[in-house]
Design a protein around this ligand. Structure first.
Ligand SMILES: Nc1ncnc2c1ncn2[C@@H]1O[C@H](COP(=O)(O)OP(=O)(O)OP(=O)(O)O)[C@@H](O)[C@H]1O
Length: 252
């Protein structure tokens, strides 16, 4: 059996708030396989963001074992965690987090530059990913010249340009209206279906949950439910199958 993309065993996270301890996660067990499209749901304060931060190697657990792409996060130095994030993980945030003075293409290129991809290849790859996600026409615009939905699609392009194995999204549709939220989920799911990238995202929105292949509910820092979810529709990228990544997805 291939190694899970994400493996949590008895993961707890305690934050010190002055003298008070906040137990954000209390013994989470979760295994996520390559190519899953997983929604993390649960009430406010149930630990979704805390878990995504651990999965993204942005933080380390207080107790338990957490492996991201086979690496034990707690055993990595800060620098090693930064390397893991840069080369193997993609992030989509609810606030888009695009650089305002850069065009859509430059925003995508920026991540590739950090990775050390040479200039000409950077530009070609950024253009290819934007085209694959149906954003070619917008590549010269700055974030301020794009709608919220378009900005979030560019943020997804940026997150996947470096061909991460795991994409983590913390409430990616929180600032989008229903139609844009649907369209963003289609795009992410199509990337999963076309390339087998693994997606783990948190949400409060039932219209977003319906696209998930698996729904994990956190309550009070624990996994309260973990259920497979049937998705009937077909997901296709706007421009058909482009050259973004070479892996083939398996449907679940
Ligand atoms: N840095 C921190 N310091 C102290 N407490 C924290 C910190 N981060 C999170 N918490 C607490 O941990 C608990 C879980 O928070 P978390 O943000 O993970 O929940 P969530 O499920 O993502 O909530 P929401 O749906 O509102 O975004 C909450 O009680 C929160 O107040």
């Amino acid at each position: 059996m291939t190694e899970p993309v994400l493996l949590a065993r008895g993961v707890s996270k305690v934050f010190a708030q002055g003298r008070v301890e906040v137990r954000a996660l209390r013994g989470v067990d979760l295994e996520v396989s390559e190519g899953e499209f997983l929604a993390l749901v649960g009430p406010s304060g149930s630990g979704k963001t805390t878990f995504l931060n651990l999965a993204g190697a942005l933080d380390v657990p207080t107790e338990g074992e957490l492996r991201v792409l086979g690496r034990r996060v707690a055993a990595l130095s800060r620098r090693e965690r930064a390397e893991l994030r840069l080369h193997a993980l993609g992030f989509v945030f609810q606030a888009y987090n695009l650089v305002p003075v850069l065009t859509a293409r430059e925003n995508v290129e920026f991540v590739l530059e950090l990775q050390g991809v040479p200039g000409a290849e950077r530009r070609a790859r950024a253009e290819a990913v934007l085209a694959e996600l149906g954003l070619a026409e917008l590549s010269h615009r700055r974030p301020g010249e794009l709608s919220g939905g378009q900005q979030q699609r560019v943020a997804v392009a940026r997150a996947v340009a470096a061909r991460p194995r795991l994409v983590l999204a913390d409430e990616p549709t929180a600032n989008l209206d229903g139609e844009n939220a649907e369209s963003l989920m289609h795009l992410m799911r199509a990337l999963r279906d076309a390339h087998g990238m693994t997606f783990v995202f948190s949400t409060h929105d039932p219209r977003v949950v319906k696209h998930a292949g698996r729904v994990v509910t956190l309550v009070d820092g624990r996994v309260a439910r973990d259920e497979p979810h049937e998705v009937e529709q077909e997901y296709e990228l706007p421009a058909g199958s482009g050259p973004v990544a070479g892996r083939q997805g398996s449907r679940s």
